[in-house]
Design a protein around this ligand. Structure first.
Ligand code: ASP
Ligand code: MG
Length: 423
């Protein structure tokens, strides 16, 4: 039997009992004959609490010090977990990201992994230890400073280590039983997906599904590392994410994989833009130069009488004020009338590779929204995804309506959410 990487999220190790429960699971994998490398997140809401604390002592903490602070969270959980494993009579050693050979660029708060040199981890497991690695952190190649990989980055640590160690599988343990056809916190009848392709999982992740981060799935696809997402609170098989179906039962690719939603975006409308070449280029250059990523765009037909048009686009709410500032600076060159900002929006996306070959998916999607009385403000599509923007107040209703319309509702058990504060 080969090496497995197991990752446990913050809600799985939220308190001493959680840590002891996780330690038992880890020991079981070891007893089954695997070499075991564990990646762990900070306990419960520790990371958020540390951020709150920092904001109380300084409104503008530097990236370097912030990373020093936040990585402490994972140090606490990794050492406690190693102690708990040892208390069960098994050998364990904990390692920081830097000790584990996670080498990153030097962009504090959202560093990218550029190399993993896991020599120390490999020797530790070869000596019979369970190696426990602090997730979400690394060391910068040039300055040797401690970095973090961005919120939720422990999943990426786990997949990167799995790739570098040639692991059989990367198991991501969380507070739900796997990847669901919709967020089980919103749709009680969401169904657990047995297997999903990297492609569909990537679309779900970039459409707001929070169970796996886009970057982690991207990494797994690049190195072809199968991911098994499952609950640390139950013994159930979870969801396999891989190129080809894997797991307990043989499964076919579903036409529709699921419905994702995202309430973290805002909409900016540039009102009264002269309808002539170069206007959109100037607007989006101004936004791009501030390093802001935009998502959906629509431009209306211009009114014949005025020759003016409106351009709307969506972006993360957290970037809203910077985007408005950037556009105001170019008001004269662009020549628009006014800017409208709206953060009470939600994006709802339907994802599935089967829509490429099945006609009528779009019509069913829009009918479901219309039957639910939900108004559509923007639309965008890819080959395997349709997204719309609606009022934020309508999001739960819209997701449930679409989920039912595509026959995704389960007849049996309601989805279980075992832990986490959803913070
Ligand atoms: N503790 C970090 C966070 O809360 C990293 C992680 O949980 O993956 O974002
Ligand atoms: Mg976390």
């Amino acid at each position: 039997m080969g090496l497995v990487v197991q990752k446990y999220g913050g809600s799985s190790v939220a308190d001493a009992d959680g840590i002891k429960r996780v330690a038992k699971r880890i020991v079981e994998a070891k007893k089954n004959g695997h070499q075991v490398v564990v990646v762990v997140s900070a306990m419960g809401d520790t990371t958020d609490e540390l951020i709150d604390l920092a904001s109380q002592v300084s409104p503008v903490a530097s990236g370097r010090e912030m990373d020093m602070l936040l990585t402490a969270g994972e140090r606490i959980s990794m050492s406690l977990l190693a102690m708990a494993v040892k208390a069960l009579g098994h050998e364990a050693q904990s390692f920081t990201g830097s000790q584990a050979g996670v080498i990153t660029d030097s962009v504090h708060n959202k560093a990218r992994i550029i190399d993993v040199t896991p020599g120390r981890i490999q020797s530790s497991v070869d000596e019979g230890n369970i190696a426990i690695v602090a997730g979400f952190q690394g060391v910068s190649q040039d300055k040797k400073d401690i970095t973090t990989l961005g919120r939720g980055g422990s999943d990426t640590t786990a997949v990167a280590l799995a790739a570098a160690l040639n692991a059989e599988v990367c198991e991501i343990y969380t507070d739900v039983d796997g990847v669901f056809t919709a967020d089980p916190r919103v749709v009680k009848k969401a169904r657990k997906i047995d297997w999903i392709s990297f492609e569909d999982m990537l679309e779900l992740a970039s459409s707001g599904s929070k169970v796996l981060l886009h970057r982690c799935v991207e990494y797994a696809r690049r190195y072809n590392i199968p991911i098994h997402v499952r609950s640390s609170f139950s013994g159930l098989q979870g969801t396999w994410v891989s190129n080809e179906p894997l797991g307990a039962k043989p499964v076919e690719q579903a036409i529709i994989s699921g419905v994702a939603h995202d309430t973290s975006e805002a909409k900016i409308t540039v009102v009264g833009v002269p309808d002539k070449p170069g206007e959109a280029a100037t607007i989006f250059r101004a936004i791009a130069d501030t390093g802001i990523n935009i998502d959906m765009i629509v431009q209306n037909v211009s009114a014949a009488a005025t020759g003016l048009t409106d351009i709307s686009f969506t972006l993360p709410t957290s970037e809203g004020s910077r985007a408005i500032e950037a556009l105001e600076k170019h008001r004269d060159t662009i020549g628009f009338d006014s800017l409208r900002y709206d953060d009470q929006i939600a994006k709802i996306s339907l994802v599935g590779a089967g829509m490429k070959t099945n006609p009528g998916v779009t019509a069913t999607f829009f009918e479901a929204l219309s039957d639910a009385g939900v108004n559509i403000e923007l639309i965008s599509t890819s080959e395997i995804r349709i997204s719309v923007v609606t009022r934020e107040d309508d999001v739960a209703q819209a997701v449930r309506a679409v989920h039912s319309a595509f026959g995704l509702d389960s007849e049996s058990d309601e989805a279980v959410v075992y832990g986490g504060t959803g913070r």
